[in-house]
Write a protein that binds this ligand. Structure first.
Ligand code: F6R
Length: 244
């Protein structure tokens, strides 16, 4: 628990940088899984700053972004492609062909095959070394809404009403928020070797407490993180307020 969100964001960026550097020293690829959303913005700005000021290189990094709305074109204002470009990818030396973001333009009849390919790409690179997560008020990680179990893999999913309400301001009204998304599954997430989940503000306090202290169940998919042996929550004091 950090006094301020900014301290937590800096600390998370430092963990990423340390891993990227150690992998580079070994001549190995570092595979990161990255979330989008307001929580992680300052983690990415700290990574950009470390690139500019300390020469931190992302040349040996591969990134898998957790999710994307469906349907969603890459140029749309609300696409995760655009979010990641604006906050991170346009400002660092990460080779474009090492970036993997679920394609929100995938036709309906190709979705199953596409999701399998996404999973295969993760496996071919040896799995995810470090996964950076946020958490939704529904308890979702990625877009794994309530009902998602540990056997779930990358797949299309229907978004919870609360998630669509939370996204409404970005879409200029809830009626414009897509009803579906493609997301890594809970099983995909739990396969990552190390997980850091960030959550800030009083609006996240009750779901953070349920995720950490509640009964493990698909009703709150983030509770499955309790089964992972290398997971840390980076919280500000407001998000930690309901922990016993
Ligand atoms: C988005 C994602 C989601 C968000 C969560 C929190 O890629 O993986 O699980 O992390 O919805 O969103 P913010 O940070 O906007 O509160």
């Amino acid at each position: 628990v950090f006094p301020e969100a900014s301290n937590a964001s800096e600390a998370a960026a430092l963990e990423i940088a340390t891993l990227v550097r150690s992998r580079a020293a070994e001549g190995r690829t570092c595979v990161l899984g990255l979330a989008t959303g307001s929580t992680v913005v300052n983690v990415y700005s700290a990574m950009v700053r470390m690139h500019r000021e300390q020469g931190l290189s992302f040349a040996n990094v591969a990134v898998f972004v957790l999710d994307e709305f469906l349907p969603m074109g890459p140029e749309s204002l609300q696409s995760h492609v655009r979010f990641m470009n604006e906050h991170l990818f346009d400002h660092i030396d990460l080779p474009r062909d090492q970036i993997h973001i679920p394609d929100g333009n995938t036709p309906q009849d190709e979705l199953a095959e596409y999701c399998l390919m996404f999973e295969n790409e993760i496996a071919e690179l040896g799995g995810i070394d470090m996964l950076i997560l946020g958490i939704g008020r529904t308890g979702h990680i990625g877009f794994n809404e309530p009902g998602s179990g540990t056997d779930s893999r990358t797949r299309p999913i229907t978004l919870d009403a609360m998630t669509r309400i939370d996204a409404a301001s970005n879409f200029f009204g809830v009626e414009n928020v897509p009803r579906r998304a493609i997301t890594m599954g809970v099983g995909t997430i739990l396969d990552a070797r190390r997980i850091i989940l960030l959550a800030f503000g009083e609006g996240k306090a009750s779901i953070v407490a349920r995720a950490i202290e509640g009964e493990i169940a698909p009703a709150v998919p983030a509770t499955f993180l309790q089964q992972h042996d290398d997971v840390e929550f980076f919280l500000d004091s407001a998000a930690a307020a309901n922990l016993t």
